[in-house]
Ligand binder design. Structure first.
Ligand code: GDP
Ligand code: ZN
Length: 354
């Protein structure tokens, strides 16, 4: 039998499950999604899963199961039908590429995000800042990994650059090629029963890192939960891995774009800590630090205390967030009208039973 706490089941999920009225349903975690084919891991082991009609026809896109979700299901003929998604601890989202209004959920129930950059041509402080800002919006704690440290003469310089962003997060120098930092990751950074997600553009070394952490034995890990023999063998490549050290890792396909979303009412200082000490001196508490009189951030910029590139990054990213917010407002208004139409249609359907 699979022990769910090994897969991240905790008090939060247990409480939500206990509060649920239908106790006959089984519970499991989504470990892989390929199109409409899901793989769920439960006490019975791993099984193929599909959406039940309730989710397929009644759920908004963001309510559909994502990798990392805990779901309630019922099995028929070795297929698990997913009926409900349990409340999430958090959601990692980004702006849907190519669209201005919608956000796309990438994964859920994440304890820490491993943000990876390579110390080759990929290293880009502003891109790293973009990841960190979005993680702050999603309230997910970041851990920065600077990989390919073997390629530069003085990797510490890069760590210092990241420190200038003032995000409160640990920074590790690694090399999957020489093995630098790997033991530390395995033995002290990645904790048992916690869920991590790997993010970073393609080519930074995510697969290499995952292989190192899996001791190059992906197959073995993928199969442990199949040992009960229940459920069909799945050929789908999984996205949530149980590592030999007991921690859980979600691997996402390379993300070329990582557009920002925004949460209503969230202070920008949360996402831009480098501005925080200066913003404390702004005359207006809702200062946007653009052209306001008595702006502590602009003063710091003029006196050279705040570096120009950090301020520019703030301007660019906060503009992007505001654009998303404004568009999302429009969409909400439209959504309300649409919601009313759906309600009417549902009432009609009930009345005439179709
Ligand atoms: P992914 O796209 O993020 O999964 O990146 P990969 O793991 O596929 O790695 C991309 C390339 O970078 C491959 O050619 C790896 O051999 C190389 N690479 C990965 N880690 C390191 C490293 O620590 N040092 C060096 N020099 N190359 C690395
Ligand atoms: Zn200001």
């Amino acid at each position: 039998m699979v022990i769910l706490s090994n897969y991240g089941w905790n008090h939060f999920h247990q409480e939500n499950f206990s509060a649920h009225t239908n106790q006959e349903l089984s519970v499991g975690r989504v470990v892989s999604i390929k199109g409409f084919k899901y793989v769920v891991l439960s006490e019975q082991g791993e099984s193929e899963a599909e959406l039940s009609g309730k989710l397929l026809y009644g759920a908004a896109p963001e309510e559909l199961p994502k990798v990392g979700d805990w779901v309630l299901f019922k099995s028929y003929d070795s297929i698990a039908y997913l009926i409900e998604v349990l409340p999430r601890m958090n959601e990692l989202s980004r702006k849907t590429p190519g669209r201005q209004t919608s956000k796309q959920l990438l994964a859920t129930n994440i304890d820490f995000a491993l943000v990876i950059q390579g110390l080759d041509n990929d290293f880009n402080l502003m891109r790293l800042n973009r990841y960190l800002v979005q993680l702050a919006v999603c309230r997910i704690t970041p851990i920065v990994i600077l990989n390919k440290a073997d390629l530069v003469a003085n990797p510490e310089e890069y760590r210092n650059e990241v420190l200038r962003l003032k995000h409160d997060c640990p920074i590790y120098l690694c090399s999957t090629r020489t093995g630098l930092g790997m033991e530390e990751l395995k033995n002290s950074v990645l904790q048992k029963h916690f869920t991590y997600i790997l993010i970073g553009s393609s080519g930074v070394g995510k697969s290499s890192l995952l292989n190192m952490l899996l001791n190059n034995d992906t197959q073995k890990t993928g199969n442990t939960s199949d040992s009960t023999g229940k459920g069909k063998h799945t050929t789908t490549s999984r996205e949530l891995f149980l590592l030999p050290n007991g921690s859980l890792m979600i691997d996402t396909p390379g993300m070329r774009e990582f557009g920002l979303t925004a949460e209503e009412g969230q202070e920008s200082e949360i996402s831009f800590p480098a501005l925080q000490e200066f913003a404390a001196h702004c005359r207006y508490s809702d200062c946007k630090h653009i052209d306001e009189t008595g702006c502590g951030v602009l003063e710091a910029l003029q006196s050279g205390q705040l570096e120009a590139y950090i301020y520019e990054s703030y301007l660019k990213l906060s503009k992007e967030q505001r654009r998303f917010e404004v568009k999302a407002e429009d969409k909400k208004r439209l959504g309300k009208q649409f919601g009313k139409m759906t309600k009417e249609a549902n009432a009609y359907r009930k009345k005439y039973k179709y």
